[in-house]
Design a protein. Sequence first.
Length: 546
Amino acid sequence: MRNRVEDLVDQMLDGSTIDWDQGDQGLEADPQLRGLQALDRVFSAFSQFGLAAKEADLADASFAFDKLRVYGRIGAGGQGEVYRAYDPILQMRVALKLFPAGDAPGWLAEARQLARLQHPHIVRIFGAAIENGRAGLWMELVDGPNLREVVESTGPMPPAEAVGIVLNLIDALSEMHAEGILHGDIKAENVLRDQDGRVVLSDLGAAHGISACPPILLGTARYMAPELLDGADRLPEHDRYALNVLLYYLLSGEFPTGDGELTAGGVIALQQRVPNLPSALCRTIDRELAISPRARHASLAHYAASLQRATSSRRLLPWSAAAGVLAALVVMMTTVGSPPAADSAPAEAPSAEVSFVADSGDGLRAVADGAQLDPNLPLLLRLQSNRPNWVYILNRDDHGRETLLFPNVDLPVANPLPAGTTWLPGAIEGLLRGWALDGTSRAEDFVVIVSPAPAPGLEQLLSSWPRLSVNGPTRGVSGLAPANAAGQGLEQWLQGEMTAANLQVWRYRFLMMESGNARSPVDVVQLALAANQECAGPFPPCQHPQ
């Protein structure tokens, strides 16, 4: 049963008035009650002080909107004005955005969609209304500067701080896009940082449904992808582009276009601006600034993973394949557990290097991530390692068709691959082999995962994936269903931590040149080496282009 003290405490917390002069309170006999009385008086005094301060602040309210008392303008733009206001029902200060006159029902419909967003890095929406033909949206009033004010005050940020902010915003944008909403105006002025250091994506007034973008060009030109300036339709990837421009600005205090043209061709490489930044981070940011949308990251998840790797203390080689597949596989490998430790540790730390090479007919040449390839030239993978490894190679084209390339029971090599140098797919019947690409696809993504231990959980997930047939292609119109089902099962791991001891992951994206001799999807073909030489030893060394 609750006692008297608990009841009085509840009344104090509820803001109820307690009549301490009543004779039945028992103050004289109970020192605990006398202490509560003193505390209640202090609490009441502070409450009255706060109420008086609010009334003083609102005494000069210039107008009312719906139930709100509006008392000061914060800013204005093409999407309307933003005011400080007070909500007497919520008893809190809010930010009120009043949209331009006209299409008030349309703005209100957008507000309802925005109100569904519940994320720590997205400003909270409290209400919306139409008054005198004008729509208004009121939201959380964040007490703190925007990121432009921060940079102008303290200068460019260190990489860890800037990337940490952008990763939080990536998470927020993922939530918006999942709800079918584009922000449409990501910039330093629209990201606020409160007194606790929390960053909040604000100014949702420019946000629109993905399928209902406004016909006019909205946003800020310096943050826009080149194709938007040329009249292209706005897509989720354009929020990502703007976020990348924001990261460039946080790190340098400058914009990629400098004072030049706000169109294709005017981008200044980040490392030229800030030479001491990590090269991997600069490459990630510069890639997202590419003129061609196809040369940028494939998704927000790709972009986030690249940023995490670029700022990690672990050294990983460049990679660029399908994000849902990659993140899922890595998380699965971190959860399947490791075998018992050996009696003695290896003499040196595990090390592995992966590279793709193409057979051009007159030799093997290394190909880098993002390279353009002739689909008629077979690809090989070279693995160099100081210990045995379990290797998994996956392929996905731009049609979403997924194939497990390795391990494969039809190939002469199997996991674990031995220490030293191994070439895949290897030799069959004494002849060197390579993977032939799909000439009908504009791009091919590869994921290579190298683990010092077997991954039964991962292999179980991949069991439903289409596998490459050495005697013919396995991908095609009739083979899509298993791949799609598998991909959906892996997507649930997308948000997990991609960290694991001694686990290495590489991603590559190759762009396909135009070819009149298109093949079926990925197949294993004989290499075009001189005289179909037999595989009597290691492959010739790679000829790295100058």
